[in-house]
Design a protein around this ligand. Sequence first.
Ligand code: GRF
Length: 198
Amino acid sequence: MTKRVAILISGGGSNMEALVRSMTGDHPARPVLVLSNDPAAGGLAKAAGLGVPTAVVDHKAYSKDRAAFEAALHAALLDAQPDIICLAGFMRILGAEFIRQWDGRILNIHPSLLPKYRGLHTHARALEAGDTYHGCTVHEVTAALDDGPVLGQARMRVLPGDTPDILAARLLPLEHALYPAVLRRFAAGDRRPVMLGG
Ligand code: GRF
């Protein structure tokens, strides 16, 4: 049975685009919705151009009422009936109640080699630590931030002269390779981690 995938974004959506473009042919999943918390997210136009239905649940419309935002998000997702939800550059932290309602079905990509550098500014933190390697992780989303079971990692060497922006730019293509590989395996019911890179 083809798995239905909803993708949540907040910005440009390059990871979303890689995921959507990967779901063709004998891939066990298809995209059914791209949803953003930001109506100005560039990824919404990309998704529409790829023929994927889009939706917006603007978090600013709920001011500080996170529960109301997440209830609206949940309702929008129920309409699409996804089997899997992929967070792809989605910059809102989801509460335990929302995650419980989709437990075991939410994936996220995080730009570090977890468990290193949960949270923000991961590239700068890896450089400050003098790490030899950096990378990205796809993990199952649980109530603890950036802490769920690892489903895949891609690794690359840190080079002399790397800055946070250069690291982010060099890492993005690895993200675009890793996330689709993990989604394909996860959608087929295989939870063995995908390990890529040097
Ligand atoms: C990427 O670095 C990703 O790791 C992080 O958000 C950044 C932008 O992603 N989660 P995208 O281009 O919007 O997919």
